[in-house]
Design a protein. Structure first.
Length: 142
Protein backbone atom coordinates (compact mmCIF):
# COMPACT_ATOMS: atom_id res chain seq x y z
CA UNK A 1 0.00 0.00 0.00
CA UNK A 2 1.29 3.48 -0.78
CA UNK A 3 2.81 5.59 1.95
CA UNK A 4 0.54 8.56 1.28
CA UNK A 5 -2.62 6.47 1.47
CA UNK A 6 -1.37 4.75 4.63
CA UNK A 7 -0.63 8.05 6.33
CA UNK A 8 -3.99 9.50 5.28
CA UNK A 9 -5.86 6.48 6.68
CA UNK A 10 -3.88 6.65 9.94
CA UNK A 11 -4.46 10.39 10.36
CA UNK A 12 -8.17 10.25 9.47
CA UNK A 13 -8.70 7.47 11.99
CA UNK A 14 -6.67 9.59 14.41
CA UNK A 15 -9.25 12.38 14.17
CA UNK A 16 -11.93 9.99 15.35
CA UNK A 17 -9.57 8.53 17.97
CA UNK A 18 -8.86 11.98 19.38
CA UNK A 19 -12.55 12.75 19.73
CA UNK A 20 -13.31 9.35 21.25
CA UNK A 21 -10.36 9.44 23.65
CA UNK A 22 -11.33 12.80 25.09
CA UNK A 23 -14.98 11.89 25.38
CA UNK A 24 -14.28 8.51 26.98
CA UNK A 25 -11.85 10.03 29.47
CA UNK A 26 -14.54 12.47 30.59
CA UNK A 27 -16.99 9.61 31.09
CA UNK A 28 -14.94 6.71 32.46
CA UNK A 29 -11.81 8.46 33.69
CA UNK A 30 -8.33 9.30 32.44
CA UNK A 31 -6.51 6.24 33.75
CA UNK A 32 -8.77 3.60 32.17
CA UNK A 33 -8.46 5.24 28.75
CA UNK A 34 -4.67 5.45 29.06
CA UNK A 35 -4.36 1.89 30.38
CA UNK A 36 -6.37 0.69 27.39
CA UNK A 37 -5.02 2.75 24.51
CA UNK A 38 -1.29 2.63 25.26
CA UNK A 39 -0.88 -1.17 25.23
CA UNK A 40 -3.30 -1.56 22.32
CA UNK A 41 -1.27 0.95 20.29
CA UNK A 42 1.93 -0.98 20.92
CA UNK A 43 0.29 -4.28 20.03
CA UNK A 44 -1.12 -2.82 16.81
CA UNK A 45 2.28 -1.42 15.81
CA UNK A 46 3.78 -4.89 16.17
CA UNK A 47 0.81 -6.42 14.33
CA UNK A 48 1.37 -4.18 11.32
CA UNK A 49 4.90 -5.54 10.98
CA UNK A 50 3.77 -9.14 10.71
CA UNK A 51 0.31 -8.87 9.15
CA UNK A 52 -0.49 -9.96 5.61
CA UNK A 53 -1.02 -7.12 3.13
CA UNK A 54 -4.82 -7.30 3.14
CA UNK A 55 -4.90 -6.56 6.89
CA UNK A 56 -2.81 -3.38 6.75
CA UNK A 57 -5.68 -0.99 6.11
CA UNK A 58 -7.88 -2.23 9.00
CA UNK A 59 -4.85 -2.30 11.31
CA UNK A 60 -3.93 1.27 10.35
CA UNK A 61 -7.49 2.38 11.15
CA UNK A 62 -7.32 0.70 14.57
CA UNK A 63 -3.84 2.10 15.21
CA UNK A 64 -5.03 5.61 14.34
CA UNK A 65 -8.00 5.25 16.68
CA UNK A 66 -5.85 4.09 19.58
CA UNK A 67 -2.59 6.01 19.22
CA UNK A 68 -4.26 9.39 18.88
CA UNK A 69 -6.79 8.69 21.65
CA UNK A 70 -4.41 9.32 24.52
CA UNK A 71 -3.21 12.76 23.41
CA UNK A 72 -6.34 14.66 24.57
CA UNK A 73 -6.38 12.59 27.75
CA UNK A 74 -2.88 13.70 28.71
CA UNK A 75 -3.80 17.29 27.92
CA UNK A 76 -6.90 16.94 30.10
CA UNK A 77 -4.73 15.62 32.95
CA UNK A 78 -2.53 18.70 32.62
CA UNK A 79 -5.60 20.95 32.68
CA UNK A 80 -7.07 19.10 35.65
CA UNK A 81 -4.02 19.88 37.77
CA UNK A 82 -2.84 23.30 36.62
CA UNK A 83 -5.15 25.48 38.67
CA UNK A 84 -5.85 28.80 37.01
CA UNK A 85 -2.85 28.57 34.68
CA UNK A 86 -4.47 26.68 31.82
CA UNK A 87 -2.74 28.72 29.13
CA UNK A 88 0.68 28.08 30.63
CA UNK A 89 -0.12 24.39 31.11
CA UNK A 90 -1.28 24.09 27.52
CA UNK A 91 1.81 25.87 26.20
CA UNK A 92 4.11 23.68 28.29
CA UNK A 93 2.26 20.55 27.17
CA UNK A 94 2.56 21.56 23.50
CA UNK A 95 6.26 22.40 23.89
CA UNK A 96 6.98 19.02 25.47
CA UNK A 97 4.93 17.26 22.79
CA UNK A 98 6.69 19.02 19.91
CA UNK A 99 10.18 18.50 21.35
CA UNK A 100 9.61 14.86 22.23
CA UNK A 101 8.05 14.13 18.84
CA UNK A 102 11.02 15.68 17.04
CA UNK A 103 13.42 13.71 19.22
CA UNK A 104 11.57 10.44 18.61
CA UNK A 105 11.50 11.00 14.85
CA UNK A 106 15.26 11.50 14.79
CA UNK A 107 15.78 8.44 17.03
CA UNK A 108 13.54 6.19 14.92
CA UNK A 109 15.21 7.40 11.73
CA UNK A 110 18.67 6.75 13.18
CA UNK A 111 17.65 3.32 14.45
CA UNK A 112 16.03 2.52 11.11
CA UNK A 113 19.23 3.43 9.26
CA UNK A 114 21.24 1.37 11.72
CA UNK A 115 19.15 -1.80 11.92
CA UNK A 116 16.17 -1.55 9.57
CA UNK A 117 12.67 -0.16 9.76
CA UNK A 118 11.19 -3.33 11.27
CA UNK A 119 13.58 -3.18 14.20
CA UNK A 120 12.90 0.54 14.66
CA UNK A 121 9.13 -0.11 14.79
CA UNK A 122 9.61 -3.03 17.16
CA UNK A 123 11.70 -0.92 19.54
CA UNK A 124 9.15 1.91 19.31
CA UNK A 125 6.29 -0.43 20.17
CA UNK A 126 8.19 -1.91 23.13
CA UNK A 127 9.11 1.53 24.42
CA UNK A 128 5.42 2.43 24.20
CA UNK A 129 4.64 -0.54 26.44
CA UNK A 130 7.34 0.59 28.86
CA UNK A 131 5.37 3.81 29.37
CA UNK A 132 2.30 2.01 30.71
CA UNK A 133 3.54 1.77 34.35
CA UNK A 134 4.09 5.54 34.35
CA UNK A 135 0.29 5.91 34.30
CA UNK A 136 0.38 4.73 37.92
CA UNK A 137 2.27 7.92 38.80
CA UNK A 138 -0.67 10.09 37.74
CA UNK A 139 -2.66 11.68 40.57
CA UNK A 140 -5.43 9.42 41.88
CA UNK A 141 -8.19 11.80 40.82
CA UNK A 142 -7.55 11.11 37.11
Amino acid sequence: MGGGISLAVLELAGIVGTLLGGTLSDRIGRRPVLFTTMPISSFLMLSILYAPGWMLLPLLVLLGLSVFAFTPVIMAVAHDHCGKNRGAANGLYMMITFLSTATVVVFVGWLSDLSGISMAFTVSALLGLAGVPIILLLPKST
